[in-house]
Design a protein around this ligand. Structure first.
Ligand SMILES: [Zn+2]
Length: 84
């Protein structure tokens, strides 16, 4: 995973072709015993966040939901021994 600092000067935004990426995955243990993984993707060159195109925003459907701006997505996960 890329760890270079996000730069918002010079190459940021429209001039960037977005060819290098960094991603972040955070796992959350929910109070009700479920687990979720939250994903974010950004351009490692200019720092622009990518919006997830598929999941409905703010709504949970089949264990998948995107944040209100679509910039992160949460997926329901479970320990492999508990998957039916
Ligand atoms: Zn970029």
């Amino acid at each position: 995973m890329g760890t270079s600092p996000i730069g918002f000067g010079g190459r940021a935004g429209i001039d960037c072709r977005h060819r290098h990426f960094a991603s972040k995955a955070e796992v959350h243990a929910m109070a009700d015993g479920r687990f979720e993984v939250e994903l974010q993707v950004r351009c490692d060159d200019c720092g622009m966040l990518f919006a997830f195109q598929g999941p409905p925003r703010g709504l949970e459907v089949n264990g998948v939901r995107a944040s209100s701006g679509g910039l992160s997505v949460r997926l329901a996960i479970a320990p492999s021994g508990q998957v039916s």
